[in-house]
Design a protein around this ligand. Structure first.
Ligand SMILES: *Cc1c(COP(=O)(O)O)cnc(C)c1O
Length: 394
């Protein structure tokens, strides 16, 4: 048996921010120019939007305070009426249905299967009564976007992609976040690009971006400092509320130099994930759902299902894994978990009974795998998890 006395790897470790960010921040601090709209042009936030849109191959980008803010603005900018029904997968982070509630709309939760993907039968059944679709690519798992886009189009419904945790993921070689009408990303610390907080939306729709820009807090004629068509934005002047969800220049200075790091992080993240996945799968205690054929993943964590564990055994597994130095959570078994839909009691009318999602959440384990983990650390994590399962199951 392995010795777990050696120091466990830090599964919350972050990569250092590239040195180029320090130079940009130093210059910014000297100038004191922290607000995105003070400079007449080319503020760090404006440059980030240009770089990000170019990197993603999107026409427009709008940087904001969080991915949740981007989701909220997207819903508002789509012009959906108050009370509009928005389909949301029942496996996501509480902030996602919260963005729908914030936009004064009704989240309609859709079943998610054992591979963490949207259950297409339930999705289809709920489409007829829906006004929009918010696909949350939870933990970077991509649901069948071919089917989802075709079904949404057949019902003439707009699709928002919550790609908070999917930066760098591809679907048939196309970048996730560019498949729907609008894609939203997060720069919170546990995502591929770390600014502590921050978000961005991308779209090719000039009308949508013009409205989102104004509502994000481009008061008076500040929309002129965005790469958007003048007449489109001018049309909405003074006709939309200003929610003030802007990004500040400091965040953009932290984010911009990380864009060049993304391909390496994606490669390392996928290699790390696949290494641990193979070990766990081979152990016989776990099932690691495979990616869909169309999907090229960009993970910084791993999810796997416990095979034939009772609830008591599942809880013991989490305890032993923790003692071994590999902290794992089972979404449905930890108290007040923000990814367990029954805890979203803020949804008006209550949460529905969703037996498939509930069964998945009771077996699905989640372990962070920061992309900078070494081979030895990955080996430690795999062994610690397998050893914990062996202690439970004998
Ligand atoms: C992190 C995350 C969010 C929220 O992003 P914030 O920038 O913190 O608002 C939403 N959806 C998913 C899938 C996430 O992983």
């Amino acid at each position: 048996m392995r010795d777990f006395q050696s120091p466990a790897p830090d599964l919350h470790q972050a990569e250092p921010i590239p040195a180029a960010a320090r130079d940009a921040i130093e210059a910014l601090l000297r100038s004191g120019d922290l607000f995105r709209y003070t400079a007449p042009e080319n503020s760090p936030v404006a440059l980030l939007e240009r770089d990000f849109a170019a990197m993603m191959g999107a026409k427009f980008a709008l940087a904001v305070s969080s991915c949740s803010a981007a989701l909220f603005l997207s819903l508002k900018a789509l012009g959906l009426p108050k009370g509009a029904k928005v389909l949301v997968p029942a496996f996501t982070f509480a902030a996602v249905p919260s963005a729908v509630v914030h936009a004064e709309m009704q989240p309609v939760l859709v079943e998610v299967g054992p591979s963490y993907r949207i259950d297409l039968r339930d999705f289809e059944a709920k489409l007829a009564d829906a006004d929009a679709v918010l696909v949350s690519h939870m933990r970077g798992h991509t649901s069948d976007m071919d089917a989802i886009l075709a079904l949404a189009e057949a019902h003439n419904l707009p699709v928002i992609e919550d790609a908070a945790h999917s930066l760098g993921t591809l679907w048939r070689g196309r970048k996730i976040g560019t498949l729907g009408h609008v894609g939203c990303f997060s720069f919170q610390s546990y995502k591929m690009i770390n600014a502590g907080e921050g978000g961005i939306l991308i779209t090719d729709d000039p009308e949508l971006v013009a409205k989102a820009v104004i509502m994000s807090g481009a008061y008076e004629h500040n929309w002129k400092k965005h790469d958007i068509v003048g007449e489109t934005a001018a049309k909405w002047q003074n006709r939309l509320p200003l929610y003030n969800l802007r990004m500040q220049n400091l965040s953009a200075c932290v984010i911009r130099p990380q864009l060049a790091e993304l391909p390496r992080r994606v490669n390392d993240g996928l290699a790390n994930h696949d290494y641990v996945a193979a070990q766990l799968q081979e152990s016989g205690y776990f099932d690691v759902p495979a990616p869909l054929a169309q999907e090229t993943r960009a993970p910084d964590s791993i999810q796997f299902n416990l095979l034939d564990f009772t609830e008591a055994e599942a809880r013991a597994f989490v305890m032993f894994a923790k003692e071994n130095g590999a902290s794992a959570q089972i979404f449905g078994l930890s108290e007040d978990n923000a990814r367990a839909f029954w805890n979203w009691q803020f949804i008006e009318g209550g949460t529905p009974d969703l037996p498939k999602t509930r069964a998945m959440l009771a077996k699905a384990c989640d372990v962070r795998l920061p992309v900078s983990l070494t081979g030895a650390a990955l080996e430690y994590v795999s062994s610690a998890l397998i050893d914990a399962a062996r202690m439970v199951k004998g």
